[in-house]
Design a protein around this ligand. Structure first.
Ligand SMILES: Nc1nc2c(ncn2[C@@H]2O[C@H](COP(=O)(O)OP(=O)(O)O)[C@@H](O)[C@H]2O)c(=O)[nH]1
Ligand SMILES: [Mg+2]
Length: 319
């Protein structure tokens, strides 16, 4: 590793914000030179509690994150926020909005807010988010929050990087119910009905609680029962209680317990899978080398078939 990269690593580990920002920019640009850095950072990592916040656009994710950051800052914790918004690849408008909502914390060096540009990730936004998290998690942040719009597979994938996931709803409409279902079955650890000032809020809490109770019966192996909370992000109402539940969820999956190990394995299996698919994709696209070229002729001549060749390539990669 070059001297410059080594001192960059040291700076990141020491919590130097501008170095981290620079490194994340390189991740965003798909700079292959960051891979050795990411490898080293992984070994230094595991320092932060990574919390995902997802939910439909306008549910109040950014506002709630702002309130959570304020709460944790008052408790003396250092917090980083990674805002990922795949829904606006070119405008950047939503991300700008997020920045404004989180402006309360500008000038506070115990807070780092970074938005991920979503354009141009060859290997997918989720893998790049995983890389950015690798950078942040090697820094002395107590909590790292990821915000993403909870619509679609891409976003569900991004949430798989978080250890604890909050699924934010507003007093419900039809689409939200679908998102809630996906969250209950897949990723949600804590359900939050935001905009508690809305008259339908209590009914939504009750509906969600019923859906969760039903899902729990189908998944009796799950030890964690997701709570349903109510918040009013604009005033901070319910935020302290939410923070308590986040702590509880981390405590229920405390390091070293079987539940924690199982979750860590699930996250890492996903991360490796993303990297693997990305590597394969890059090789397929790359024009250099005869990686596949030599093997095509027998397939074209119908002496063998594309499935057999693909299988053979996988076997070769595995050995
Ligand atoms: N009435 C009310 N409005 C809220 C609440 N939380 C957020 N909002 C507003 O909802 C809008 C969308 O919030 P934002 O945080 O940008 O949502 P995001 O798209 O999920 O990040 C903003 O105008 C917020 O001020 C709340 O608890 N009550
Ligand atoms: Mg937002």
């Amino acid at each position: 590793m070059e001297e410059a990269d080594r001192s960059l690593l040291d700076a990141v580990a020491a919590g130097h914000i501008r170095s981290a920002a620079r490194l994340i920019t390189r991740v965003e640009r798909d700079d292959p030179g960051v891979v050795p850095l990411l490898q080293a950072l992984h070994r230094m990592g595991g320092r932060s509690k990574v919390v995902g916040v997802t939910g439909p656009p306008g549910a109040g994710k950014s506002t709630l994150i702002n309130a959570l950051v304020r709460h944790w800052r008052q408790a003396g914790l250092r917090v980083a926020v990674l805002a990922v918004d795949p829904s606006s690849p070119f405008s950047g408008g939503a991300v700008l909005g997020d920045r404004l909502r989180m402006m309360d914390h500008s000038g506070d060096d115990g807070v780092f807010i970074r938005s991920m540009a979503s354009r141009g990730h060859l290997g997918g936004l989720s893998r790049a988010t995983g890389d950015a998290l690798t950078v942040l998690d090697a820094m002395p942040w107590d909590v790292v929050l990821i915000e993403t719009v909870g619509v679609g597979q891409n976003e569900t994938d991004i949430m798989r990087h978080a250890a604890v996931v909050l699924l934010l709803q507003t007093p419900m409409g039809g689409d939200d119910v679908q998102a809630a279902k996906a969250g209950i079955n897949e990723i949600g650890d804590i359900f939050v009905v935001n905009k508690a000032d809305h008259k339908e809020a209590d009914r939504s809490v009750q509906m969600l609680a019923e859906m969760i109770a039903l899902a729990q019966r189908l998944h009796s192996e799950r030890s964690w029962k997701p709570p349903v909370l109510k918040t009013r992000a604009t005033t901070g109402e319910g935020v302290a209680e939410l923070a308590t539940h986040i702590d509880r969820c981390f405590a229920a999956h405390a390091e070293g317990t079987p539940a924690a190990l199982q979750r860590a394995r699930t996250r890492m299996r996903f991360r490796v899978g993303e990297i693997l698919r990305d590597m394969l994709d890059r090789r397929m696209r790359s024009q250099d080398g005869q990686w596949l070229e030599d093997l095509l002729d027998p397939v074209i001549a119908r002496e063998t078939d594309p499935y057999a060749l693909a299988e053979k390539m996988l076997e070769r990669a595995a050995t």
